[in-house]
Design a protein. Structure first.
Length: 115
């Protein structure tokens, strides 16, 4: 089964991913959140090729990102980026809490498990 992280935008490079270099941290943040919005909205899906090994070309990625960058209207999107960043942080916190709850559940059941 294909790893789903391969489709998500990330600040860290990983195998079989496109790497993008930006001139400033602000530009990097803008590009990251535009890609995150496109990913969440499944805007890259029409460009996926291949039936056995799905892939997308760098040309198609550039084309889709450029369409969104042309629509970028500064302040309005910046506010949305801040909200999305807070949502991502909340999701990461929720996932950490879920893991801790799972560990706690195992800890509570440990006395009842055969040794």
């Amino acid at each position: 089964m294909k790893e789903k992280n391969e489709e998500k935008p990330s600040f860290e490079p990983y195998r079989n991913a496109f790497v993008v270099f930006c001139n400033s941290p602000k530009e990097l943040q803008k590009l990251y959140w535009i890609c995150a919005i496109l990913h969440i909205g499944q805007q890259f899906m029409p460009y996926i090729k291949g039936s056995v090994i799905p892939f997308i070309t760098i040309y198609d990625v550039r084309k889709r990102i450029m369409k969104s960058c042309v629509k970028y209207d500064g302040r309005y999107r910046d506010e949305r980026f801040q909200v999305l960043k807070k949502l991502k942080e909340a999701e990461e916190n929720f996932n950490r809490q879920a893991l801790k709850l799972k560990d706690f559940r195992i800890l509570m059941l440990r006395p009842y498990l055969p040794q």
